[in-house]
Design a protein around this ligand. Structure first.
Ligand SMILES: Cc1cc2nc3c(=O)[nH]c(=O)nc-3n(C[C@H](O)[C@H](O)[C@H](O)COP(=O)(O)O)c2cc1C
Length: 213
C-alpha cells in the first residue's frame, strides 16, 4: 500500500504581498520531511522580486517538485493524485475569486479546486486590505465549500520582537491546521515550553527587503 500521499502537501504562492509566508512554509515543510508540490503564479514571481533580494530559483529549490502555473496536465491538477491538501500563501484576491467560482484558469487555482472537490483541506492565507463586499462574499462562499480562510494577521500576545517571529507564528498556526507541529508556535497557556528551538532560517527568510510598494 502506498502511503506517500500522507506526507504530500501542495503549496501555492500567488501574487499578493507576503511571499515570505510561502517561502517559510516551504523551508519548514522540507525540514519536517513533507513532500511539497509548489505552484507559483506569474505575478508571485514579480512580488518575489519586489519583496526579496533573492533569485527565484532559490525558492524553487526548497520544494520537492515545482510545477509551472500553466501546466494544466500536472499531477496536482487531478484528484487521483492524492495529497493532504493545499496551502495558498499568500492568496491574492484574484486567485481567491477564481477558486470561489470554480472557473479556474491556472494550475494554482485548479489544484485548489481539486482539493475542494475531493474534500481535502484547503487553507487560504488571503491578503488584501481593505476588503470590499465582493471579496467578503467570495470568502463566505469558500468557507461554505469547506476551505479555511486564514488571513496572515499577526498575534501580538506572543510578544514578537522581529518580523521573522511574526511570520513564524502565522506559519506555525497554518501548519497546525494539518496537524504538523514544527515547534515554532507560541501556544497560549503552555508558556514557552511549547516551543522547541526553531529550525534555522535560510537567508531567503531573514534577508527580505523591508520596503513594500
Ligand atoms: C507588489 C505587488 C503587491 C500586490 N499585493 C497584492 C495583495 O496584497 N493582494 C492582492 O489581492 N493583490 C495584490 N497584488 C495584485 C495581484 O498581483 C494581481 O491581482 C494579480 O493579477 C494576481 O494574480 P495571481 O493570483 O495569479 O497571482 C499585488 C501586486 C503587486 C505587483
Amino acid at each position: 500500500m502506498n502511503q506517500a500521499h500522507e506526507s504530500r502537501l501542495i503549496v501555492g504562492i500567488s501574487g499578493a504581498s507576503g511571499v515570505v509566508y510561502g517561502v517559510r512554509l516551504l523551508e519548514l515543510l522540507r525540514n519536517a520531511g513533507v513532500q511539497t508540490h509548489l505552484v507559483m503564479s506569474k505575478t508571485a514571481e514579480l512580488t518575489f522580486a519586489y519583496e526579496t533580494s533573492h533569485k527565484i530559483d532559490e525558492i524553487k529549490a526548497l520544494a520537492h517538485t515545482v510545477h509551472r502555473p500553466g501546466d494544466m496536465a500536472a499531477s496536482i491538477s487531478s484528484g487521483s493524485f492524492r495529497t493532504m491538501g493545499m496551502i495558498v500563501a499568500p492568496c491574492s484576491m484574484r486567485s481567491m475569486a477564481e477558486i470561489s467560482t470554480g472557473v479556474t484558469t491556472t494550475l494554482l487555482t485548479r489544484a485548489a479546486d481539486v482539493c475542494l472537490k475531493e474534500r481535502r483541506r484547503l487553507v487560504l492565507l488571503v491578503r488584501e486590505t481593505p476588503l470590499h463586499t465582493g471579496h467578503l462574499r467570495a470568502m463566505t462562499a469558500l468557507s461554505e465549500m469547506g476551505a479555511i480562510i486564514a488571513p496572515p494577521v499577526p498575534a501580538f500576545y506572543a510578544k514578537p520582537t522581529t518580523l521573522e517571529e511574526m511570520v513564524d507564528h502565522t506559519v506555525g498556526r497554518t501548519l497546525d491546521l494539518f496537524d504538523i507541529d514544527v515547534g515554532i508556535t507560541h501556544r497560549w497557556g503552555e508558556q514557552d515550553e511549547s516551543r522547541r528551538r526553531p529550525p534555522e532560517r535560510s537567508k531567503l527568510v531573514t534577508n527580505t527587503k523591508r520596503e513594500s510598494p
